[in-house]
Design a protein around this ligand. Sequence first.
Ligand code: NAP
Length: 268
Amino acid sequence: MDLQLSGKVAVVTGASKGIGLAVVRTLLAEGARVVAASRKTGAELDALTGADLVHVPVDLMDPEAPGRVVARAEEEFGGLDILVNNAGGPPPGVSLPRFGFLTPDDADWREMFEFNLFSVVRAVRAAVPLMLRRGGGAIVNVSSVLARQPAPMNVDYNAAKAGLNNLTKALSEEFGPQGIRVNTVSPGPARTAWWTEGGGAADILAAATGADRDAVMDSVAPEMMKLTTGRLADPQEIADVVALLVSPRSASTTGAEFAVDSGFLKAV
Ligand SMILES: NC(=O)c1ccc[n+]([C@@H]2O[C@H](COP(=O)([O-])OP(=O)(O)OC[C@H]3O[C@@H](n4cnc5c(N)ncnc54)[C@H](OP(=O)(O)O)[C@@H]3O)[C@@H](O)[C@H]2O)c1
């Protein structure tokens, strides 16, 4: 299927690893031009370097950063068609999962909302005028199934993502009549650096359960979370859904939420 993304200009945040990197790779393969944002680049993102890719090194905790990233799309490629707000998860210096409501303090809650909600608010605020100038655009906000499955684990993260889901729907209502589609993609557990890197989720759960880190990713976590497929998702499986949603092939899809969650959510 031709996704009709050739020549489109996209901003992707959290682009150096995991789901964001897979989105960048997919959009480039479909002929889009991409502004990729993360604090640092990495070997895998560097390997994609070419005329259609610009990396902007920013810390999205800085309130000015989202606007700077979006502005680069206009400077480098003359406008903006697509915004993928993928950056999220643990703010700088934090490891998740974090257990229990009493664990995060006010500062933790604030940082969580800065990264997972306010950075998106700022990126959308900068992107909408550029998209309106083009007659429309597509935004995908990467949320989490935990927005809809509250739990004592990561309570601040879950609340920030629930806010993101609400924001996404509101944006789709306000800007849909002007041609901007806004959708949510909600991953379940996915095998990214968040899980795999030293001190990441696999190590934290290994310490909590007494299992080794590979067993956590291969069987302990899938069983604990009752994943119907029996495995964590691959980042590419999430990127493929993002690519379809930002494509003109999804012209009638807005305000929707797509879970790519290995069957984590059980509600109808
Ligand atoms: N993996 C999962 O199990 C899972 C489950 C549900 C939802 N999600 C959601 O999926 C999205 C992507 O997660 P992921 O697991 O793919 O993440 P990841 O592999 O940990 O990658 C995070 C990306 O964000 C960048 N980043 C981190 N902090 C940043 C900051 N302060 N400013 C700018 N960039 C920053 C990282 O690059 P630098 O470190 O160089 O900045 C990296 O490119 C997030 O919104 C997350 O909440 C993930």
